[in-house]
Design a protein around this ligand. Structure first.
Ligand code: HPA
Length: 273
């Protein structure tokens, strides 16, 4: 159990280092970190410098917290997140969400790379997360509830904000960026799925599959933050297309290829929400 004081310690440190606290923070998924280049007057803080913060280990995840402005809007960008497959608990994975809440951030945009399960999706598509499935994975709230962060039992029927999704759709339309909308199915990884697992995920209602995001989303929901989730479909999941295989190289290469349109969409969404 992470004690309340540890979250507070990180928040107190950041309060001293950051400028005006923004409404919105954005978490950048695998290979989607280039949005940080767009920040004006940026403050850049390695996670390692933040007291209480966990450390990131995956190469494509830089482990840096940025504060800056996009246009006139202040924003916090988190480049690098934590995953259960790295050995972290769901509570540690979503640690930063509660820190953002203590800072006063109201809205969180969670982005990720995901495998396409819905056959109508194409590599390079973006998908608004309408809902998620995280069967069997432990809740970040397992253990004693810290009431400062919300109720023991809480509702998830509007987990991914309908209002923020509507805003994102309008932004995408204006930019002529196609935007799918579907269900994100969490798998713990780090191995990619078997073709049989992907068939099962499709039968259960998943449109995309990935190894992140759900713990942070649930943690944000408990403390009353609005959540927007956007997946980049970096590959078609195992066995969706006969004989195709999945690799981290493909995931990273696709994410890089779409980084310009991803950046444009994110800038518009940040300004609009
Ligand atoms: N499966 C799980 N996670 C992923 C995938 C995938 O196919 N692509 C990117 N993240």
């Amino acid at each position: 159990m992470i004690p309340f004081e540890q979250y507070q310690q990180s928040a107190d440190f950041l309060k001293k280092r950051l400028g005006e606290i923004p409404q919105t923070a954005v978490v950048l998924g695998s290979g989607l970190g280039s949005l940080t280049d767009e920040l004006e007057a940026a403050v850049k803080i390695p996670y390692d410098d933040i007291p209480g913060f966990p450390r990131s280990t995956v190469e494509s995840h830089a482990g840096l917290l940025f504060w800056g402005r996009i246009g006139r809007q202040p924003v916090i960008l988190l480049s690098g997140r934590f995953h259960v497959y790295e050995g972290y608990s769901p509570q540690t994975v979503s640690f930063y969400v509660r820190v953002l809440h203590l800072l006063g951030v109201k809205k969180i945009i969670l982005t990720n790379a995901a495998g396409g399960v819905n056959r109508s999706y194409e590599v390079g598509d973006f998908m608004l997360i309408a809902d998620h499935i995280k069967f069997f994975a432990e809740s970040p709230m397992r253990g004693r509830n810290i009431s400062r962060f919300g109720e023991r039992f809480f509702d998830l029927t509007r987990l991914y904000s309908p209002e923020m999704r509507q805003t994102a759709k309008i932004c995408a339309q204006k930019l002529s960026i196609p935007l799918q909308e579907g269900v994100y199915f969490y798998m713990p990884g780090p191995e990619f799925e078997t073709p049989a697992e992907i068939r099962a995920i499709r039968a259960l209602g998943g449109d995309a599959v990935g190894m992140s995001t759900v713990f942070e989303a649930v943690t944000a929901a408990q403390c009353g933050m609005e959540v927007l989730g956007i997946s980049c479909i970096t590959n078609m999941a195992a066995g969706v297309i006969q004989d195709s295989t999945v690799s981290d190289a493909e995931v990273t290469a696709t994410a890089l290829k779409v980084s310009a349109s991803f950046g444009a969409l994110m800038k518009a969404v940040i300004a609009a929400v």
